[in-house]
Design a protein around this ligand. Structure first.
Ligand code: AHR
Length: 497
């Protein structure tokens, strides 16, 4: 099979907001306790944070991390996690039915994020709480001093305000699993009033209105239309969440799931623009895809977990090679929509549906999905260019006209670097690709990174990395054209300078 594409500097989609390479840490399973934080571990620092984990996060170059939930935030009292640790209450954590010790809370997480080189995206509880708790937490984190909550922060050892910029107004409030689930009207009104109060405390913040939990929700996309009717003027983003699974073991269909994401992004964009038109608003709402990943491998194991234990191993998906391919495709999709998708968080970061795993008191290691995420985050900074693609197509159970060649192109003007991310989505056919880059005179191929494997189900473990990229890709550049063979089901990063 053969595909062709043309790349030119003039075909700009938009400047990429680096926050599309964000991630997520929820107080869930072993994400915090036993993941980020394990006092007594040989790699633990003075605060109990594992330096080996921080190192792996730094290699991913994660610009922003959403915290502290997820479902957990909808019954969370943020005040439980501040002040002297010995005074912090243990609570029944209702979302995941575990005991929350509150040893780590807002201040510690801000410290951890600084060490990891990330900003914090903070989610507030709009399940069991509301406007008052919302205005208090932002006074605690963002107000300089001289008031009850800001002085309490100073007393807790944090003289300077944290200046947290990005705030999520609740989490998945349409979901029946959510403590304090709301109708679109109830959520829209509450979020708009909570957001208004938060902005009065700190006008510099950015706010995310909660969108549907996924495209299968019966209220999607009416939820978006009704909630935005209330929140549009006060927020900057609407959230999207989507998880994928290969439950029928149909790998070709699974790897094509980027098509569903395309549909989702375009629907939410249309609804947001419809509300913009209705309101005669000058503002264009952006999208925050603040939860996305593959999630299904651990579903059965999670049913066996004893309730009311501390940090049990929940949602510990063990990712294989085909999962890594879909993750690559998801990142490509975000880049293709860089004009509207300004933030995105791989859910999650450590141990819980995560690229990074830890053994208790043992090693930290990289899952298969670590690699496409790292490649996109490290090399995908700059302007997203629209590639003109002519690719053969195939059909799967759920999708028609799936292009073999799934690709996004990033031009980094400052570094004078061009990066082509490409996936051959077909699991049986190789693909020969010809890329016209004649507008990039004097550029040469710097490297061609490839993630490929004979076995779509191959996994990494703590002791053996079976799925790992190599730098021996076959791309050659001659007379303004790149020629490359993309073997069946493979991920590629071709870097030119
Ligand atoms: O990331 C795991 C869970 O998925 C989150 O807590 C929730 O928001 C979503 O349903």
């Amino acid at each position: 099979k053969k595909a062709k594409m043309i790349i030119d500097k003039a075909y700009k989609i938009a400047e990429i907001d680096e926050r599309v390479y964000g991630s997520f840490i929820e107080h869930l399973g072993r994400a915090v306790y036993g993941g980020l934080y394990e006092p007594g571990h040989p790699e633990a620092d003075e605060q109990g944070f594992r330096k080996d984990v921080i190192d792996l996060v730094q290699q991913l170059n994660v610009p922003i991390v959403r915290y502290p939930g997820g479902n957990m935030v909808s019954a969370y009292n943020w005040e439980d996690g501040i002040g002297p640790k010995e005074d912090r209450p243990k609570r029944l954590e209702l979302a995941w039915r575990v005991i929350e010790t509150n040893e780590v809370g807002t201040n510690e997480f801000v410290d951890w994020a600084k060490k990891a080189g990330s900003e914090v995206m903070m989610a507030i509880n709009l399940g069991t709480r509301g406007i008052d708790a919302a205005r208090n937490i932002i006074e605690y984190t963002n107000h300089p001093s001289g008031t009850y909550w800001s002085d309490l922060r100073v007393k807790h050892g944090y003289k300077e305000p944290h200046k947290i910029k990005t705030w999520c107004l609740g989490n998945e409030m349409d979901g029946p699993w959510q403590v304090g689930q709301k109708t679109a009207y109830e959520y829209g009104r509450l979020a708009s009033e909570a957001g208004k109060a938060m902005r009065l405390v700190d006008p510099d913040i950015e706010l995310v209105s909660c969108g549907s939990s996924n495209t299968d929700m019966p209220t999607f996309p009416d939820w978006e239309a009704e909630t935005l009717t209330h929140t549009y003027d006060v927020v900057d983003y609407i959230s999207l969440h989507q998880y994928f699974g290969n439950r029928d073991d149909d790998s070709q269909n699974f790897i094509a799931n980027g098509m569903e994401l395309e549909r989702f992004i375009s629907t939410v964009t249309s609804v947001a623009d419809y509300i913009k038109a209705k309101k005669r608003s000058k503002k264009t709402l952006m999208l925050s895809f603040d939860e996305w990943n593959v999630w299904y491998h651990s579903n059965d194991a999670d049913k066996e977990i004893e309730p009311w234990t501390v940090a049990p191993p929940q949602l510990e998906d063990h990712y294989n090679f085909e999962d890594a391919l879909l993750v690559g495709s998801i990142l490509i999709t975000f880049l293709k929509h860089a004009d509207r998708v300004k933030m995105a968080c791989m859910a999650q970061l450590v141990n819980v549906i995560a690229p990074i795993m830890t053994e208790n008191m043992g090693a930290a290691w990289k899952q298969t999905i670590y690699y496409p995420y790292m490649h996109a985050s490290v090399y995908g900074r700059g302007v997203s260019l629209k590639a003109i693609v002519d690719s053969p197509k195939f059909d799967t159970k759920d999708y028609t006209d799936v292009e073999y060649l799934d690709t996004a192109v990033v031009y980094n003007e400052e570094e004078e670097e061009l990066t082509v991310f490409a996936l051959n989505r077909h699991i049986e056919d190789d693909l020969h690709v010809t890329i016209n880059v004649s507008g990039f005179e004097d550029y040469e191929i710097k490297e061609h990174i490839v993630l490929e494997h004979d076995d779509l189900k191959a996994v990494n473990t703590a002791t053996h990395e079976s799925v790992t990229p190599h730098r021996n890709g076959n791309a050659v550049l001659q007379d303004g054209f790149i020629e490359a063979k993309l073997s069946k089901a493979s991920w590629h990063v071709v870097r030119l300078r």
